[in-house]
Design a protein around this ligand. Structure first.
Ligand SMILES: Cc1cc2nc3c(=O)[nH]c(=O)nc-3n(C[C@H](O)[C@H](O)[C@H](O)COP(=O)(O)OP(=O)(O)OC[C@H]3O[C@@H](n4cnc5c(N)ncnc54)[C@H](O)[C@@H]3O)c2cc1C
Length: 407
């Protein structure tokens, strides 16, 4: 008799698990709470779906045990991902290593997966699952309109990241009922809220810079790229990349600060020299006018305010020699205090999830309950921005589907 497999969650990892298990001869049913499969995929990569990345480094994957994802990613690599998607019709378009479908439409990725599910005769039930009970060889899945029995279950429920009502997310409860533990859940790849009032003045400014996060005085993470200032604090890709570390430190109750290097192409000495030269050469200007063209004028204004220099005073009178040094230090390391991260609704991903010490990385099977498997973001693995979260969904979905299908 064919193995009956239930997959709870028809997102990226669930669809990959279903296609893989069905291709090994299993009879597969996907339960999806939403009206269509792969809804989150539609929002990825600003609607273009950055589905993997040519650069694969261990540091792109995080989690309480950051090494957990490695054997899973090796079992279904980026190269295998590209092959798989080509086979189902998705030609890649590569930009600086970031991989998108050539159509630049996230919907084509979701649609191609759905077509493949249809070809593999996977049954789709668009109902929410309320409970999964049982153990080895017999699981009862209770959904909105019925109860069905399965030999194996793969939990692929995703995370509350990007959800308007994160409290409605029940995936972790399904895992907890089997005795699994959930590590602290924090929004990641998200904006950081800061204490400083001057953010209101610089809201909307974008600039190249480096953001460095400290927990007390310990350096946690550093990223370069386009910083975006918002009324509440900081946004932009480099901020997203470091946000998970800041979030964990805030969660631990530590003092969390960011230093912003707003002139990353100059050393501190070069900035000091530049300011000295400008003071000499740019005559008849106010303190603020002397900085025009060096950085965004709103940022220049904040620098002066932080140095207690009056912007409208004649520059010759405004600046004492030590002020130029202080100003240079500010451009190279403007400090802001992180109070919290923006909530799950704004986050691209969730840090934390089902404790990986309770999962076999070779198979993605539970170490507590035989026949129960996990995949995707439900698990305590998260990736950096750049296609790594979907790569994790494909790799873990493949491994779970393969072993549920053959073991
Ligand atoms: C705005 C945004 C942009 C992103 N952009 C990118 C990107 O460009 N590249 C990238 O790599 N990653 C990106 N991500 C992250 C990526 O989308 C996720 O990591 C990935 O979709 C996770 O796949 P998953 O299968 O684990 O979960 P999901 O795709 O969330 O799928 C889980 C599914 O399970 C269903 N479900 C949950 N509980 C139940 C239940 N009890 N019964 C039935 N169904 C249930 C949910 O409705 C959902 O459809 C982005 C995320 C967001 C929010």
């Amino acid at each position: 008799m064919k193995k009956r497999i239930a997959i709870i969650g028809g997102g990226a990892s669930g669809m990959m698990a279903a296609i893989t298990a069905a291709s090994k001869g299993a009879e597969v049913t996907i339960y999806e709470a939403k009206e269509r499969l792969g809804k989150k995929i539609l929002a990825t990569g600003n609607g273009k779906c950055n589905f993997t990345n040519l650069v694969q480094e261990d540091s792109c994957y995080r989690g309480t045990d950051a090494s957990f994802s490695k054997p899973v990613r090796e079992a279904f690599s980026m190269e295998q991902t590209l092959d798989f998607f080509k086979k189902i019709g998705i030609e890649p378009k590569i930009k600086n290593g970031y991989v998108y479908p050539n159509s630049e439409q996230a919907a084509s990725v979701a649609d191609a997966l759905v077509m493949e599910l249809r070809a593999k005769k996977v049954k789709v039930i668009t109902e929410q699952v309320y409970s999964v009970k049982g153990s080895e060889g017999s699981f009862l899945v209770k959904s909105e309109n019925g109860i069905a029995e399965f030999d194996k279950v793969i939990l692929c429920c995703g995370s509350p990241a990007g959800m308007k009502n994160p409290k409605e997310f029940t995936g972790y409860q399904l895992a907890e009922r089997f005795g699994h533990h959930i590590t602290p859940l924090l929004p990641a790849l998200v904006q950081m809220r800061c204490k400083e009032k001057w953010f209101k003045t610089v809201s909307g400014v974008r600039t190249e810079g480096v953001v460095t996060v400290y927990e007390n005085d310990k350096l946690l993470a550093k990223e370069k790229g386009e910083l975006l200032f918002a009324e509440y604090g900081l946004s932009g890709i480099p901020v997203f990349q470091v946000s998970r570390f800041a979030g964990e430190a805030v969660y631990r109750g530590s003092r969390v600060t960011c230093k912003l290097d707003l002139l990353p192409n100059y050393s501190l000495d070069e900035v000091t020299e530049l300011l000295q030269n400008r003071l000499l050469s740019l005559k008849n200007r106010t303190a603020e006018e002397m900085l025009t063209g060096l950085q965004n004028h709103k940022l220049n204004y904040i620098m002066l305010k932080e140095c207690n220099i009056e912007p409208v005073t004649d520059s010759k009178k405004a600046y004492k020699p030590e002020d130029l040094q202080r100003l240079a230090k500010l451009y190279k390391g403007l400090t802001c205090h992180v109070t919290e991260l923006n909530p799950f609704a704004n986050a691209q991903v969730c840090a934390g999830g089902v404790d990986t010490s309770e999962i076999e990385p070779e198979t993605m099977e539970s170490r507590l309950v035989k026949g129960l498997y996990f995949a995707g973001e439900l698990v305590d693995v998260d990736g950096t921005c750049g296609g790594y979260n979907l790569q994790w969904a494909w790799s873990s979905g493949y491994v779970a589907g393969l072993h549920a299908g053959i073991d």
